[in-house]
Design a protein around this ligand. Structure first.
Ligand SMILES: [Zn+2]
Length: 150
C-alpha cells in the first residue's frame, strides 16, 4: 500500500501528456479519459486549505511527495517495463512454506508470507529479508526481454 500512493501520484502527474500522444497513434477500444475523475475540484481545494492550515497534513503531504520523488528519475521505458505483459504468469503468493533457504523464518519475521523485499530496480527478483537470498536464481528478466526465446 505504501508504494501505491507515490505510484498513483506519478500516474496522475504523467498520464495526461502521455495519453494525448497515444490517442493520436492508436484506436482505443473504449473512450480515453480526458479529465480528472477521482477527485472533484472542491475536494482538491479543501485539501490545499488543510495543507496550509494543519502542519500534520503538510507533513503527510511532504512524506508522500518525498516518496514519489524516487520515481521521478526513472525513464518512461523503465517505468513501462514494470508493467509486464499478460504473458507473464501471475501468482497470489511466493511460497506458502516460506524461503527455500530459511524456511518459515520469513513468515515469523514479517507476520505473513508477503515479507519478501521487492526492489523495482531489480524486476522479477525478490529478496529474503532474513538471509538475503534472492529468487528466482535464473535470469527471467533476460528471458522476458528476449520475448521468451532464450
Ligand atoms: Zn530466507
Amino acid at each position: 500500500m505504501k508504494h501505491l500512493i507515490p505510484l498513483a501520484l506519478l500516474v496522475l502527474c504523467c498520464a495526461a501528456p502521455a495519453s494525448a500522444a497515444l490517442a493520436a497513434e492508436r484506436q482505443p477500444k473504449y473512450p480515453l479519459k480526458t479529465a480528472r475523475t477521482l477527485h472533484r475540484d472542491d475536494a482538491i481545494a479543501r485539501a490545499r486549505e488543510n495543507l496550509a492550515k494543519y502542519p500534520s497534513a503538510k507533513r503527510v503531504a511532504d512524506n508522500i511527495i518525498k516518496r514519489a520523488d524516487a520515481w521521478v528519475d526513472w525513464t518512461d521505458e523503465d517505468l513501462r517495463f514494470l508493467l509486464t505483459s499478460s504473458d507473464v504468469p501471475r501468482a497470489f503468493a511466493v511460497n506458502a512454506n516460506g524461503c527455500p533457504q530459511c524456511g518459515g523464518k520469513i513468515i515469523e519475521k514479517s507476520g505473513s508470507d508477503y515479507g519478501w523485499i521487492i526492489d523495482p530496480k531489480r524486476p522479477f527478483k525478490i529478496k529474503c529479508p532474513v538471509d538475503g537470498s534472492v529468487y528466482p536464481t535464473n535470469d527471467y528478466e533476460a528471458y522476458y526481454r528476449s520475448g521468451f526465446k532464450t
